[in-house]
Design a binder for this molecule. Sequence first.
Ligand code: SF4
Length: 484
Amino acid sequence: MPVPCLCLKSCFFNALHQTLTHSTGWKRKPTGPRFFMISTLTLVNWLAFVEAHPHDFTIQYPARREYFIQNFRCEPAPRTSEWLSDLDQLLLYLHIPFCEAKCYYCNFAVDVNQSEDFHRKYVDALLRELDSHADWLPNCEIAGVDIGGGTPTMLATAELRRIARAVKPLLKKSARPFPFSIETTPRIAAEELEKLQILHDEGVDRVSLGVQSFNAITLASVNRFRQIAQTDIAMANLRRTGFKRVNLDIIFGLPNQTLEDWKYDLDQIIALDPDSITTYDCLYRGKGRALTKRTVILPTPETYGALYDLAFEKLYLAGWKTTYGSVNFSKHHNETGTSACFEGRLLDGMPYLGLGNYASSLRGNHWSFNTYSASDYMTNIRTGSNPCAYFYDLPAAESQAKYILYSLNYGFVDESRFMRRFGVKLTETFAEELGHAINAGWMECCDNRWQVKLGQFKNMHAIRSLFYPEQARKWLMALQEPML
Ligand code: SF4
């Protein structure tokens, strides 16, 4: 893979760093004895393990679901209303699992059943689950709602209208500017304008369009087809319909993707002029993932770093800004570009209620998942059984790791938010780890925000791993089945 000119890149980063530092008044936080390393050997051993398995250290924590199942699962799982219903404020997520086909990199709970009757019955179940919270949910401030999946707009127009109408009244108290968001695809946004119109009329503010790549061969290699020619029309339709915010998703680190391919994708996405752009790093975590099985040579951390750095440079210069390390770029000042629900969950650690198959809910150290398959979920709802299948009571260290990895999706961890969420100081809880991040040149602290340093995206796997609790480290290192 060609490597960008290091001189040019470092010149760009130096200039950018100075601009940011001067314009925001950031100061480097002095590091003192509190960052003295107290168990270097253990950390060194752990980081050596991480370097041997970089693809396992993604934004998703834990690296293996079995770790939580074996150690922190409580049975029987309580109903979500039992531990959420006294909240004043929360976020809401509705899961629609249906897709035309499953992309090989995807590990969401997806169902490729195309039957409209099945879809309608699923929506019946979803709205029934929503209705089961009717005695407390309308009293809450619902800060944001995401309808995700899957591909929610696979549903028929009438089903989309039913869902949007049920959700809209719940958003009356939200103080967020664009609280109602949904995901769609280029094909649907290009061909089914009526669906867009209904969603807009029923109050959806923001649409996220999964473009992923403009390279037909790359798309075919991950089981996506027929969309490149439709992306322009899709974007025009979304604008014409009048959504307040349009986000485009693209992926880097796809099989055989070169820097030239990625540069082309970035040029195309810039030309479409969305409000925000999300650049996902393609995940190969887990040997069972279809993409991992099919890909002979996985991208190295250096490749991810080079691809991300190119995106950061090009998007920054084109007007889409973010904190270095964040995969979310926005051209609007003071906006992350992500949905209100996503931002509340990942950055603020807010509690949320998830509805639908395999939807998760969270409050403090309690985290739950509904049953995995859409059919089982529908049966549970129809028979009045509890749809929640997994309920975890997490130690604080596990919740903290999960929160920090999510926050790093935005390129930083904020000391105040961490204190608000956990009631302890970030710098005291992770003194050794933050000390190592500084000494290794991976992170820096500016105005109480611990940020990924310019040019260090290539070490994101190691940065994330720093916040793994001792128990998780030992569990992973003792795995019989080798990690990636
Ligand atoms: S369209 Fe999205 S949800 Fe559906 S399979 Fe592809 S990545 Fe997964």
